[in-house]
Write a protein that binds this ligand. Sequence first.
Ligand SMILES: Cc1cc2nc3c(=O)[nH]c(=O)nc-3n(C[C@H](O)[C@H](O)[C@H](O)COP(=O)(O)OP(=O)(O)OC[C@H]3O[C@@H](n4cnc5c(N)ncnc54)[C@H](O)[C@@H]3O)c2cc1C
Length: 481
Amino acid sequence: MAEPTQTEVRQALDNGLEGLKTPRKVIVVGAGLSGLAIAHELTRRGSDVTVLEASDRPGGRAYTLRDPFADGLYAEAGAMTVTPYCHYAMHYIRELGVELEKSDLVDTDFAYFVGGRFAGTDPASLNRLGLPLNDEERRMSTDQMVDRYVQAVCRELQPEIGAPEWRVTERMAPYDLRSVHQVLRERGASDAAIDLMEPYFLEMRGGDLKSASALAWLRHEASPHSLVKADPRWSKIKGGTDQFPRAFAERLKGHIHYRRAVVRVEQDGIAARVTFTDQGRLQTMEADRVVLAVPFSVARHIDFSDARFSDAKHDAIRRLKYSSIVRVYLQMRRKFWKDANASYSTDLPVRWVRDATPHTEGPRRIVECLITGWRAKAVAAMGDEERLRFVLDQIEAPLPGAREHFETGTSVVWDKRPHAEGAYILPETGHDALMPAIRKPEGRVHFAGEHAAFEPNGGSMTFALESAVRTVVELDRATEA
Ligand SMILES: Cc1cc2nc3c(=O)[nH]c(=O)nc-3n(C[C@H](O)[C@H](O)[C@H](O)COP(=O)(O)OP(=O)(O)OC[C@H]3O[C@@H](n4cnc5c(N)ncnc54)[C@H](O)[C@@H]3O)c2cc1C
């Protein structure tokens, strides 16, 4: 079977996935957005589809927290932003009638809080922080640094770096062997400038700039999804991101079985079999095809010893890295800070502090701290109460009065979330060599999810959905007429 290309998959979606053949019986493992979209496309085409989901809700990392907040407030633990360029997400958002509203990331009062002082992104303000910038950087705003050190590299690598079909050319290949930090330093950026630019590369902050693949990062920065290019059309799902997977799940009633954790997958020449927990017992189910729509971080707990996978697949499952992210949410009695839509990048261990409910009508607000990489690992080691107290103490400096106005809070440690064990794929140097093995089908078993996207920097709902459409096209090619 010829594997579909990125262009073919997009064309198939734009043609309404018309005329695709589907297998008679399919088991989809995981009711995250990728698994849900596959089940949605297959059931409407007549396949007998069973979705096995380990948790008690649909959506996986599209996860909205409503507890313990008052007044109907909520916060996003996972996905929160959709851009108009999220082709696959926008397709299903429209189809399912899910509503959008303006993203909180637009029109923020962004500021640095470094060494106990606030600063804007303009050169005069940055210079007052007394950072060890080089002479040229002292005359630059952060936007100019990003343009000089990042967007200039993207421009040099055009048109390949922005091509609709992801393919690593000879000119691009060396960047996959270098880290983000290495490329920034080669371009002349000082460490102080790198620190200032880091908040603009939010996605890379789940890892370490010194181990993240420069190529995967440049692909993202060259795309319209880059945070640097945020525009007023960036949006979020009205009422919470969980409305999106729920809209799929609503159409799949009777097909999704919750609290069914898959523990074993096997296959022979005739069928594939899946073993899962069902109220403390193990059950086995057989199908023509199985789709594994779970992150590799947790696929590692599934027994594949009789799954007839290639060595390359076992290797990819073992090696794929995921970002460490901790998000802490503090409900405040009222907005006691002056900035509208406050968003501060700090040099404190809590890093990013922002108003997570800037457009809410009531007096209460949720302040969020987003902590990534090694800092996240340190905060993850704390108990839940200890973590809240730690963060509350930290934010008293940029937000005086935090302790006094705090009512309740919660946190999500993605490394420790059951059935996720990581935030999203973290492409490290050399990632390109791993990519084909991640998504390649193995006999009757297919692989979907953000990690199995064509893009090296999956990590988003739209690429999870792209992988779903790719899997549906793959199943068509694997099905006898
Ligand atoms: C902190 C954070 C911020 C993000 N921000 C954004 C953003 O702003 N915009 C954006 O577009 N994307 C964002 N994302 C990424 C986006 O949420 C994910 O890429 C996408 O939701 C992944 O979907 P998926 O189907 O690949 O996987 P998942 O959502 O992880 O779904 C996998 C499902 O499989 C289930 N499962 C796991 N193991 C088993 C098993 N053994 N048996 C049965 N079921 C199992 C899980 O419970 C889960 O429901 C963010 C993610 C995080 C964590």
